[in-house]
Design a protein around this ligand. Structure first.
Ligand code: CUA
Length: 340
């Protein structure tokens, strides 16, 4: 081989490798990790990418070099010289890829094992998916619309669904986990970066799939302790009055109504998928029904009257079966008494 040819081979390999490396580095393919698990997954990604870039440069160099130097001359239809096996090269191109692929497998297996281990004292949170909202149940038994997580503490999510298949995903935490009715799937998160990140449903689950979103806020340990204490409500007193309201509000929020409906007396109810519940009186009048009959019908048989500008079959028709009748009645009374 001529000396200049070796430089040509190296030059093609370096240029191809540099272009591919620039594509890998300068396009933000993945979000910045916000958990230790995501950081490890990021490492596996770069580990495999660096190996791939090296192999790509070698293949591009040999391909480009061969194309430039071993072209058949025009109108040369003769056979090339016969080629026999070359044991040394065959051993090289078998052993090197085998070592590289095995190293990726080992690194992946270590990361997979570490990422499913929550440590000795994890914060266990139950996650409920439901058309079309997420609910998070903390050790105090209360349900929340959003996740609040302390930094640097292992969190074990136990994820399930109240109706159809959903899937829990926070891009900055890297992992996804399916929400399946009748079983709890676990996902371990150890947040290591403060901030607020989107929680996305990543399994097509119906018309409201694209709005089935919440937020995960990673807080300092002391801010988390303050938030948890402040948000833990005292147990409701027996009897009616304001605790009846509290029960109705809990029925409303725990069934995901806040994701789709706006209702001013409940601050978390800011959804725009379904009709504005501050205007229930206008809708009842348009449907020519009494206010309480209209609200009751809209919960148990949502397709009976569709407000102008909205679509049928968006609201799940199952609440009449999934919510006990007494709870529905209390919710109807609460909504009727508190709408404008
Ligand atoms: Cu729930 Cu998509």
């Amino acid at each position: 081989m001529r000396r200049g040819s070796v430089f040509q081979l190296l030059a093609i390999g370096l240029v191809a490798g540099a272009i591919a490396t620039a594509v890998a580095i300068f396009i933000p393919w993945l979000p910045t990790p916000a958990s230790r698990e995501a950081g490890r997954i990021d490492f596996v990604y770069w580990f495999a990418t660096v190996i791939s870039l090296f192999i790509f440069a070698v293949v591009a160099a040999i391909l480009g070099y061969a194309t430039l130097n071993f072209r058949a001359k025009k109108d040369d239809w003769s056979d090339g010289p016969p080629v026999h096996g070359h044991t040394t090269i065959e051993i090289i191109w078998t052993v090197i890829p085998a070592v590289l692929v095995t190293s990726i497998a080992i690194v992946s297996a270590i990361v997979l094992a570490k990422d499913s281990h929550a440590g000795p004292n994890p914060l266990v949170i139950k996650v409920y998916g439901q058309q079309f909202a997420w609910q998070f149940q903390y050790p105090n038994g209360q349900l929340y619309d959003n996740l609040h997580l302390p930094i640097d503490r292992g969190v074990k999510l136990e994820i399930t669904s109240r109706d159809v298949l959903h899937s829990f995903w926070v891009p900055q935490f890297a992992q996804k986990q399916d929400a399946v009715p009748g079983q709890f799937n676990t996902l371990v998160i150890t947040p290591d970066r403060l901030g607020t990140y989107p929680i996305i449903c990543t399994e097509l689950c119906g018309l409201g799939h694209s709005v089935m979103r919440s937020q995960a806020t990673v807080m300092s340990q002391s801010d988390y302790a303050k938030w948890y204490k402040a948000s833990t409500a005292p147990p409701p007193a027996a009897g009616g009055g304001s605790s009846g309201n509290a029960a109705a509000i809990s029925t409303f929020t725990s069934n995901g109504c806040t994701a789709c409906h706006t209702f001013t007396p409940i601050p978390s109810a800011r959804g725009k998928v379904g009709p504005d519940l501050d205007k229930l009186k206008e809708d009842a009048a348009a449907a020519k029904e009494s206010l309480t009959d209209f609200i009751h019908e809209s919960i148990v048989d949502p397709n009976a009257y569709i407000a102008p500008g909205f679509q049928p079959n968006v609201m799940p028709p199952t609440f009449g079966k999934s919510i006990p009748a007494a709870q529905i009645d209390a919710l109807v009374q609460y909504l009727a008494a508190n709408t404008h």
